[in-house]
Design a protein around this ligand. Structure first.
Ligand code: COA
Length: 155
């Protein structure tokens, strides 16, 4: 991925991450953008050149159809982390996400990794479906209850 592509990706990723943080009630809309910017600065201090992180565009012939971001998380345990998979909006639901994920798995094997992990927001049903179809299982589930909501009626 070029620096120019990365800039474009980062702008979109920050917006999506900020929205997801609000949806997951991690922070309010007023803080979400700053939290997102800080998170990406920490994760990718040197952009696409950050050690151990691999951001690839996916092409079908000459057409850019999506991307994947794979990182070597723990060399000792040979674990990798998939930070993102995106398919161009108009091309979704045609098997491209699965193909990109499979290609990412292939690269992870070449890197000597034995396990892949990832995090997905609970209401991202498309991504959860994709990961399940690719053979990922749930390792933990974070549950949230908003205490400022009205007290539920006891039956
Ligand atoms: C998640 C995403 C990458 C899926 O890409 P895609 O090319 O549409 O996925 P595929 O066509 O390969 O679908 C594979 C499976 O995923 C599931 N899936 C994909 N989109 C779905 C949707 N909208 N609703 C429910 N399940 C869905 C299905 O099980 C599908 O298999 P099926 O078509 O045989 O039913 C795409 O929706 C996307 O780019 N979303 C925005 C970015 C994002 O949220 N990425 C994940 C970050 S954790």
């Amino acid at each position: 991925m070029s620096d120019e592509d990365f800039g474009e990706y980062l702008r979109d990723a920050i917006d999506r991450y900020a929205l997801a943080q609000v949806a997951a009630k991690v922070c309010g809309p007023e803080d979400a953008k700053a939290v997102a910017v800080k998170t990406y600065e920490k994760l990718l201090p040197n952009g696409v050149g950050t050690h151990g992180h691999h951001l690839y565009n996916a092409f079908n012939a000459m057409e850019k159809v999506g991307m994947i971001w794979l990182a070597e998380q723990d060399r000792v345990r040979k674990t990798g982390f998939i930070y993102d998979v995106i398919v161009v909006n108009a091309l979704r639901r045609r098997g491209i996400g699965l193909a990109i994920l499979r290609a990412g798995e292939g690269m992870a094997r070449l890197m000597g990794l034995e396990t892949l992990r990832l995090h997905v927001v609970g209401d991202n049903f498309a991504a959860r479906g994709l990961y399940r179809k690719a053979g990922f299982g749930e390792a933990s589930v974070v549950m949230v209850k908003e205490l400022s909501d009205p007290i539920e009626q006891r039956t």
